[in-house]
Write a protein that binds this ligand. Sequence first.
Ligand code: MET
Ligand SMILES: [Zn+2]
Length: 325
Amino acid sequence: MGLEGVEPSSFMADFLAGCGGYAVVDGGLATELERHGQDLNDPLWSAKCLISFPQLVRRVHLDYLEAGANVIISASYQATIQGFEAKGLSKIACEAREIYLQRCAKGYWDFFDSPKIDRHPVLVAASVGSYVAYLADGSEYSGNYGASMTLETLKEFHRRRLQILANSGADLIAFETIPNKLEAQAYVELLKEENIDIPAWFSFSSTDGTNVVSGDPIIECANIADSCSQVVAVGINCTPPRLIHGLILSIRKVTNKPVIIYPNSGETYNGETKQWEKTRGETEEDFVSYVGKWRDAGACLFGGCCRTTPNTIRAISRVLFDKSS
Ligand code: MET
Ligand SMILES: [Zn+2]
């Protein structure tokens, strides 16, 4: 899609209008691949499947589209450039969109066993995980880079992959699970320096509802995102549902950009055991019952992150668009 002739601010407004006012984002990708039996205990995480099992990645994207997602996020979160063709990083997500649109046009789904076609607008977002995600030890959940980390180091780390993703056929870049202000600032500068011609969203994560995981206040992080005209949505991902409402209110204090939220299931990731552990009292039903409250607080793009599934996305879509089936 790109930004040629389109103001970044109207890119998202036009898309949201086309979706009916709100958009549905997909759910967890890596954890869904795991649910389908993949072992992602690998430095590339979900991107491992782009090489070893691309059909499954495509199938999961399609499951989310069929569940009502308007935005699907590529498996490039933890992808490194080595081992990938330039276009490979979001190619599978773009292919899934093509297949989805063809199926809608043909009027049937050959393997979803459903005669009902619900064609909706679809964007492909190219995922960029944060620097610590590459340590592959779950430490994006602590987000502290230490005093020796510099803006320049982060920029150099992200530069090449960002250039490739910007030309990969995706409609926008999803900077996900951003753990601190420094990395947000690095992304802002890279978008400008590299003349990236597609828009981006900035999505932070939090474990306390006031600050992002490093301890930087969400308000200061959202301010950085607000300062960049190419940023078309600001929000929160991979954060427990119970913290989302307050975070939306904080973000809205400092920006008028559309707010995107895609929380995790509310379970807690244990970086040592590499397992998700149930948190008492949070269920999928709770997650879905929050959606109306999040909408009322001013969010307009809603999806799920780790451990959410196509069922979560289907339920979000029903709440937003009041579908009876
Ligand atoms: C740790 S957050 C991961 C986000 C990524 N888009 C995924 O769902 O796999
Ligand atoms: Zn997540």
